[in-house]
Design a protein around this ligand. Structure first.
Ligand SMILES: Cc1cc2nc3c(=O)[nH]c(=O)nc-3n(C[C@H](O)[C@H](O)[C@H](O)COP(=O)(O)OP(=O)(O)OC[C@H]3O[C@@H](n4cnc5c(N)ncnc54)[C@H](O)[C@@H]3O)c2cc1C
Length: 387
């Protein structure tokens, strides 16, 4: 049985005691039936864990205390991530927590914050991210979801695609075109709407792993009240970019690489390669890269906590994390032998699933900005290289 500590008591523990407390609580409360998943779980699968975190007040380690977050420093946020990964806890439906929430905290009206933030933390609202369209992915500003002025509301017509877990969400945040004059980055607005609005329909897409992880979302004469715009009308591009910064910090968190490296070692033991010099050489390199990644991540989390704007340089965090994760899962396949081709976890305890981990890692260099696009951003906006 783990002692119940209040948040005030928890945050003053030294880091080791904090870690042990978090570890003990996860071990005592995580639903074992969804441990070690290599795919994104649906809401009906991860809801018990989401609600346990909600009741505990641990859903939003990085949000300020005044909005229901834990207000943790970077080192303790990292410890929570490490302990979740260590135990094999699944990612929850977190678009409200890691993307929309931080963006609302910075840019939304007080009324919008009061209305939406508590409902994210209580699990009443599960959000999905409506950015990409069939011809607007990397070139996001080319988006065409049409928002026509209907007086006290906007009328949406068009389509979004690749929307992760839209089939679970009851709300969606979208970028829509409210004006067609000027540069393509102008005339975009950031809108919030219920997925149950008349005229919204969802069609799941089956991914390489044979799961309905993302969806197409269609809008046919969908009415959105004007008070559901975040910030200024036509100025959504700057909020959209800020949200991408939050997303890139979240994807850049070392959790997947950290978990991948632990699984790689476990796999090496399972297939008798743990003393193999080639394996040990690769493992040592990955460990050093992971240490670099953690240091980089901590620096960004601290910047976020100080309320500093996140600039284009955050691209490097996402590149380093996702490419390391891919190389770790490549190494899994190399040593997995016949298990590399299985679509199900290997037999035995621990749910080792080399092919599942490999497939999980593949799209990470695409979503949230592809590695090519992020390198372009670094070249242009950070290194100031010529176009
Ligand atoms: C698993 C997954 C989940 C996703 N979830 C969501 C979601 O929840 N919400 C959402 O809105 N979107 C989501 N996306 C969409 C994602 O943001 C886009 O796939 C991504 O932005 C790339 O856009 P695209 O697919 O249209 O590819 P494209 O933009 O067509 O790019 C194709 C290839 O060309 C390269 N390329 C394009 N332009 C350039 C250039 N100028 N220079 C160099 N290379 C270039 C790209 O790097 C890429 O390799 C998801 C995608 C995946 C794979």
């Amino acid at each position: 049985m783990v002692d119940e500590l209040s948040l005030d008591e928890l945050v003053v523990l030294d880091e080791e005691a904090f870690r042990l407390h978090v570890r003990g609580w996860i071990e005592a409360n995580y639903p074992l039936s969804v441990r070690y998943s290599t795919r994104r779980l649906h809401w009906h699968e991860n809801k018990p864990w989401y609600m346990a975190l909600s009741r505990k007040g641990w859903l939003a380690p990085g949000w300020p205390r005044e909005y229901g977050g834990m207000g943790l420093d970077a080192a303790r946020q990292l410890i929570m991530i490490e302990e979740m990964e260590r135990f094999g806890a699944a990612r929850v439906n977190d678009m409200g927590l890691i993307m929309l929430g931080p963006m609302l905290i910075r840019y939304a009206s007080e009324e919008q914050k009061r209305r939406f933030l508590p409902r994210i933390l209580s699990g009443e609202d599960i959000w999905c991210q409506g950015y990409s369209e069939p011809n607007a992915g990397s070139d996001l500003a080319a988006l065409r979801l049409d928002a026509a002025d209907g007086g006290d509301h906007w009328v949406l017509n068009g389509q979004k695609t690749w929307i992760t877990l839209a089939n679970d969400a009851n709300w969606i945040f979208v970028l829509a075109r409210t004006s067609k004059t000027g540069k393509k980055q102008e005339g975009i607005s950031f809108l919030l709407l219920p997925m149950g609005s008349p005229g919204v329909s969802v069609r799941p897409i089956i991914n390489l792993d044979l799961h309905d992880e993302f969806c197409e979302v269609f809008f046919d004469q969908v009415r959105v009240p004007k008070d559901m715009v975040v910030g200024e009308v036509d100025k959504g591009w700057s909020y959209a970019k800020a949200l991408l910064g939050f997303e890139r910090i979240a994807i850049g968190s070392p959790k997947l690489s950290s978990n991948g490296l632990a699984r790689l070692r476990q796999l090496a033991v399972a297939v008798g390669k743990e003393e193999d010099p080639a394996f040990l050489d690769g493992y040592a390199r990955f460990s050093m890269e992971l240490a670099d990644l953690k240091a980089l991540y901590e620096a960004y989390v601290e910047r976020l906590k100080r309320g500093e704007p996140i600039g284009p340089d955050v691209s490097i965090l996402k590149i380093v994390q996702t490419e390391l994760f891919q190389r770790i899962t490549d190494a899994m396949l190399e040593i997995a032998g016949g298990h590399a081709g299985l679509l199900e976890p290997m037999p035995g305890e621990g749910g080792l699933h080399p092919a599942g981990s490999f497939l999980l890692a593949r799209p990470s260099t695409i979503f949230g900005g592809s590695s090519e696009i992020l390198r372009n951003i670094l070249a242009r906006n950070v290194l100031e290289l010529p176009a």
